[in-house]
Design a protein around this ligand. Sequence first.
Ligand code: GLN
Length: 542
Amino acid sequence: MARYIFVTGGVLSSLGKGIAAASLGSLLQQRGFSVKIRKLDPYLNCDPGTMSPYQHGEVYVTEDGAESDLDLGHYERFTNTNSSKADTITAGRIYLNVIERERRGDYLGATVQVVPHITDEIKDFIRNDSQDVDFLIAEIGGTVGTDIESVQFFEAIRQFGNDVGRDHVLYIHLTYLPYIATAGELKTKPTQRSVKDMLSHGIQPDILLCRTSKIIEDDEKKKIALFCNVPLERVISAPDVSSIYMVPINLHNEGLDRIVCKHFGLTSKEPDLSGWKKFTKTLACPEGEVVIGIVAKYSALQDAYKSLNEALIHAGVANNVRVISKWINAEDLSPDTLQEAFEGVHGILVPGGFGERGIKGKIMASSFARANKIPYFGICLGMQVAIIDIAQNLLNLKDASSTEFGPSPHPVVGLMTEWEKDGKRELRTESNNLGGTMRLGSYPCVLMDKTRIASIYKTGTISERHRHRYEVNTTYKNDLEKVGVVFSGLSPDGKLPEIIELKDHPWFIGVQFHPEYKSRPLSPHPVFVAFIQAALNQSRLV
Ligand code: GLN
């Protein structure tokens, strides 16, 4: 039977519960155990697909097409396993499930209540399909003591401990110790308060992970242990680090994985941390650097492009260079500012996006990279703008556009229904609430022999994750090929362009999918690795 580890948070949000859960998952995995990590979010949206990246950071997409919280990305990156729809839920979805059941009459007229109906639904989600793993780690979103939406989750995980037996659960509480410079001290009272809040829900944390800006001295640890009723060795110091990828090693040095195994009475080998050590060593002291110009709409908000940023870091380490991202607001680009904006840039990347805002700037960026032979990587919308640029400037179709931005006389990007009579895409997964037409999750793609992309992937068929509605219009395929576009990756039925590249260009690739979702620190994505390699070559030219 699985052991269940619950990760809760106190004092502040954004302390890194997701990274802590993911790091523990990795350590247990390196000890030879199998691990699943799940996220329970307290907000009432039924899924994060429609939430603004400004508020919630990126929407992470799983293999099976779940639009999820970005923490699932951390879990995948740290444990190198794939998450699924069954690993993410929100309070909204829990309530919807219960209310739909009530409407169907499944409760036979019983009074439907938070306890037991909502809490049972939460427990079922946690338990579902967990019998085959050694550890199920469940991260509870929100902050204890402040968010009323989280209360039902705390109640559910309290009950869970009784249901499966206390020897099969472990409660980890992530908390924060502020440093007060005038007193020269780390303060423990907010942590004491937070543990009291957990106790008020009937949960005594077994382990405290204490986030701080400084190492916690033994005296402070003793005080926390005493006031929070936790053995001294279970007060774990989690100081700020320069990279999230250092967290597994730090937590191991603090004894976290050993203590977890001891708690459950398990013996195992020491974890193999050689991969993490090698990665973090190169990350800290790479031999060179490259500058990537990223042209985007939410350029001020890093969390909106979480997986992209991480994929660039992974590819940088693989090339032994630091990747410096130069964020360029697409709306600030104009023919007059282009040259200056890309000064000193060794590669240009246009990431995914929705809506017309900033689109002109993105087309200009792609055009600039094409004409100046600067490595270009277009992801999803980034591939679509490349096609629009080529149509406008090489095919001379001045009004070429995507129908996403309104009707166009030359819809080089659009919905398949617009150019094929029975233009229905086979959609295995669909967005629930965005009109049901979004292509989500992983789809296969056949690569054309002897193309750049085939030499990068070193295989004939790949599978990558999607999140888009529009497609490159194959009506224009022949014309685009005549001006040097190679359709180097297509859906197996040949109807959907998945990858384009340019013939007479050092490195110009557009992909309709999001390769960043599948990049992991210890297994970087080949297209990102090749792009950074091309940027590195470019940096040697200038
Ligand atoms: N807005 C475009 C579409 O829906 C691109 C989406 C994306 O970049 N993820 O097709």
